[in-house]
Write a protein that binds this ligand. Structure first.
Ligand SMILES: Cc1ncc(COP(=O)(O)O)c(C=O)c1O
Length: 489
């Protein structure tokens, strides 16, 4: 019976029809998905959380919207033979092991609360008060929140900036080596790769530098969980000598929002137990089995012929979009070979005479298209595994229409800055200033004061100001949405 269910689930996951491909499909297991299916097909009388009990105790309109089945499946670990997350047992443990195999890791932890939880756990488990961590200024705020928790301090790497496109470049091995040579108290290197817009750093060389100086390397690969599954994409840091890597499967890998993975590399020198303990403290004690199953399903899909086909299509769609944009007169794409290695599926677009925000609003209002994000300079389109060729053709058609129409900009949007590109002046430690007595003052009065809060606009969550940093006039264009700012008293 269990074997039969297993085959049914496999077929669902891969939608393989021919006998030859069916053989390959049998290899793709999804233990949490299978356990959840068994639980659904063998319902019990429930006297436990969640108290909506299969959706009966919620608003009928909501139940209708998301579907009765979704709510019947919504439960937490421990029940119905689904295993537990902390410690990992049963199908959850098995699913994490399969993910480790698929991504090429020694250990993989499933994360709720996104890669944010992974970064927090790495900082909390592996760094201590006063330790200095070399990281890029355009790191995600979760890396810094982790340091606020542990008391570690960032030493900044400031990557090159491309003002014309309003984006950051990569982190060079030379800049990492220079900092390690200058500061012999740096205890870890933590690099974001790729950047939000897909700019890739030379992790192999950075890892060699880290090994030379005997410091571990963590790579925040939140935007790159697909790389292991397509040879046209860059190589994952797990294969290039990093010690730990976080992946937001929910961003591009096909799992549900909030679900991510943290991988510890095969030859990692990190204290895995310390990371595991931190994860246990940081995680909810009622993990959503739906989110965990969606991670299991995403890995199984990516690792299947169907998933690989979807990913090849995403790459081909991105190439098609880029080719078509190259035929347009006033719309441009940041070419994948603009001087850096890039992830081809992330397409950065700009239009002559229009801010990225304005282009975004035209796409949204006139054409019902939503893109990943927009800045002064341009906007970011993701060619996803879930997008069809028709989706991309529609986008291309709309871009052609915009290219041929005389759209004008709107000044209030033009004046707002979205990408923080300032070199910080640090006056106090992150943790000390976060917990110091503070006051809220008007933004215009804040110049010359020391920030007491994390100001990082999402997406992509890169810091404009951090606790302990001097607020200068240069910050004001980035702070238009803020009337008041918290400063140190
Ligand atoms: C580089 C980077 N790391 C970590 C995160 C946090 O990821 P999550 O949203 O999965 O918590 C993000 C989110 O945008 C990010 O851009």
């Amino acid at each position: 019976m269990i074997f039969l269910l297993y085959i049914v689930v496999m077929t669902d996951v891969t939608r393989i029809k021919t006998p030859a491909r069916a053989k390959e499909a049998v290899k793709i297991k999804a233990p949490i998905v299978e356990a959840l299916k068994r639980a659904y097909e063998n319902p019990t009388y429930q006297f436990h959380i969640p108290g909506h009990t299969k959706g009966n105790g919620t608003l009928p309109d909501f139940r209708k919207l998301v579907g009765k089945k979704a709510l019947a499946l919504d439960t937490t670990d421990e029940f119905d033979g689904l295993g537990t997350l902390h410690p990992a047992t049963g199908p959850i443990k098995e699913a994490q092991e399969l993910a480790a195999q698929a991504f090429g890791a020694k250990r993989t932890f499933f994360l709720l609360n996104g890669s944010t939880a992974g970064n927090l756990a790495l900082a909390m488990g592996l760094t201590k008060k006063g330790q200095r961590i070399l990281t890029n200024r355009n790191c995600h705020r979760s890396v810094l929140t982790g340091m606020i928790i542990s008391g570690a301090e960032p030493v900044w790497l400031i990557p090159e900036r491309f003002e014309e496109w309003g984006i950051w470049g990569n982190v060079t091995p030379e800049s990492v080596e220079e900092q390690l040579r200058r500061n012999n108290d740096i205890s870890m290197v933590w690099i974001t790769n790729p950047t939000y817009e897909g700019v890739v750093s030379d992790i192999k060389s950075i890892s060699a530098v880290c090994k030379k100086y005997n410091v571990p390397l963590i790579v925040d690969e939140a935007h790159a969980c697909l790389w292991n599954f397509n040879k046209h994409l860059p190589t994952s840091a797990l294969k290039l000598g990093a010690d730990a890597v976080v992946h937001s499967l929910h961003k591009t890998g096909g799992s549900m929002s909030q679900s991510s993975m943290l991988h510890i590399a095969e030859n990692s020198m990190l204290d895995v137990e310390a990371v595991e303990k931190a994860l246990k403290l940081l995680h909810t004690t009622s993990p959503s089995i739906m989110l965990l199953a969606s991670l299991d399903a995403a890995r199984a899909n990516l690792d299947s012929p169907r998933g690989r086909k979807q990913l090849s299509r995403a790459v081909e769609n991105a190439k098609f979009l880029r080719r078509e944009i190259d035929n347009m007169e006033h719309i441009h794409q940041l070419k994948p070979d603009f001087g850096y290695m890039t992830d081809i599926t992330k397409v950065f677009i700009k239009a002559d005479g229009l801010s990225g925000k304005r282009l975004e609003s035209i796409l949204e209002i006139d054409f019902n298209i939503e893109v990943e994000s927009a800045s002064d300079a341009g906007l970011l389109v993701l060619s996803n595994i879930g997008n069809s060729r028709n989706d991309i053709k529609y986008l291309v058609d709309c871009l052609y229409k915009i290219d041929k129409t005389n759209y004008s900009d709107i000044c209030y949007l033009e004046k707002k800055k979205h990408m923080p590109m300032l070199t910080p002046v640090i006056k106090m430690s992150l943790q000390d200033s976060f917990y110091a007595p503070k006051e809220r003052i008007e933004k215009t009065q804040a110049i010359g004061r020391i920030a007491a809060e994390v100001i990082a606009e999402c997406p992509p969550g890169i810091a404009i100001l951090l606790p302990g940093e001097l607020i200068t006039e240069e910050h004001l264009p980035y702070l238009q949405d803020y009337e008041y700012i918290e400063v140190i008293k």
